[in-house]
Write a protein that binds this ligand. Sequence first.
Ligand SMILES: *Cc1c(COP(=O)(O)O)cnc(C)c1O
Length: 243
Amino acid sequence: MTTIELNLGQIHARMAAACAQANRCVTSVQLLAVSKTFGADAVREAVLAGQRSFGENYIQEAVEKIAAVRAMQLAGAEALEWHCIGPIQSNKSRLVAENFDWAQTVDRLKIAERLSAQRPEGMAPLNICIQVNVDGGSTKSGVMPADVLALAEAIVKLPRLVLRGVMSIPDDTPDFEAQCDLHKRAAAIFDAIKASAMPGLERFDTLSMGMTGDLEAAVTAGSTMVRVGSGIFGKRSYAAASQ
Ligand SMILES: *Cc1c(COP(=O)(O)O)cnc(C)c1O
C-alpha cells in the first residue's frame, strides 16, 4: 500500500467513527481530498485508491493539474470531480467556470454572475456552495450570516449554476467544543436556506466543513463533506504553489 492509500483508510476510519458517535450513516458524509500543492502523481495515487473528488485552492495550479490527470487516462477518470475551494478573483472566474465541477467559495453575486455567464454550454451547470463567514472577522472571505439568504435567492436564478450548499472555513482552534460551536453556526445557515423553501433548492444537499484537524467536530455538527488535505497527502510546502 502507498502512504496515500493508508492515509485515506485512516481518514475514512475517523469519518466512520465520528458518524457512529453522532448516530449518522457513514454514507451521509463525503470526503473531498484537498490536493493543493501536490502534483498530478499524488492525485493519481489517490484515484487508484478509490478517491474521486478533489479540492484545489490555486486556480492556475489546478488547471494544469486537471489537464495532467486527464492525460493519464486513469480508470475511473470519468467520475472525477474537481472542486474550487480557494478565493475566486474576477479575472480567474472564467478558468473556474471552464475547468471545475464545483465552486465552493462563492461569496459575492458578481462572481456568481460571471461563473454563470462563463460556464460553457456543453458542460453541466456548475455546482455552487456559498462560503459563509461564521466567525465574523471582517477581513475574512465569506458572506456574513445576515446576507446569506439574499445571495442564495440571487444565485438560484442564475441559469448555468446549481446551488448545492454552504461551506465554511472557521479559524483554527484545538478545542472540540469551540470547533462544534463554529460548525453549528454554518449548519444553522444551511438549515435556514433549506427551510426558506425558495425555488431552485432541489439539489441543495451539501454542508462543506471540517478539515484534517476538526473533521470529528464538523461531522458532529452535521457536515456532509469534509475537506481533508494534509491528513491524506502529508504536510504541504507552499513554495511550488501560486495563485
Ligand atoms: C487547505 C484547505 C483544506 C485542507 O486542510 P487540511 O488541514 O490540510 O486538511 C480544506 N479546506 C480549505 C478551504 C483549504 O484551503
